[in-house]
Design a protein around this ligand. Structure first.
Ligand SMILES: [Zn+2]
Length: 120
């Protein structure tokens, strides 16, 4: 069976997103936040502050999620829809535990490799 470009990219990243033997599903849930982060709840405004370390560089990352957004997520909303007020870096961290800097490096690495193949 031939894979489409999108399928190849998904597989490539899913391979990288295995974490301690579990598969992190691309873009749909707060896998990392729910399993590997702690959170504190604040009022006025109602916010959940997730804290955890980046699984690549071990740097401490904090992500603030509005209470309303988390409530919508728990009712079955997709993270990219209900947490559109967060930066994509923050959402990626909640999903995969990879901070923005490391995420960029994952992409860069692949781009470099592709370019190297082309010039050979
Ligand atoms: Zn990092």
């Amino acid at each position: 069976m031939e894979e489409s470009i999108v399928e190849q990219i998904c597989r490539q990243y899913l391979d990288k997103l295995h974490y301690e033997g579990e598969i992190i599903y691309w873009g749909t849930n707060m896998f990392y936040a729910n399993n590997y982060c702690t959170y504190t709840e604040t009022t006025n405004p109602h916010t959940y502050i997730y804290e955890g370390e980046c699984r690549e560089c071990k740097k401490e990352v904090k992500v603030s999620v509005p209470g309303e957004a988390l409530h919508k997520y728990e009712q079955g909303g997709y993270i990219q829809d209900v947490m559109s007020m967060l930066s994509s870096d923050d959402r990626e961290f909640l999903i995969s535990g990879t901070c923005g800097k490391c995420w960029d490096e994952l992409f860069e690495e692949d781009t470099d490799k592709e370019n190297a193949d082309e010039t050979e």
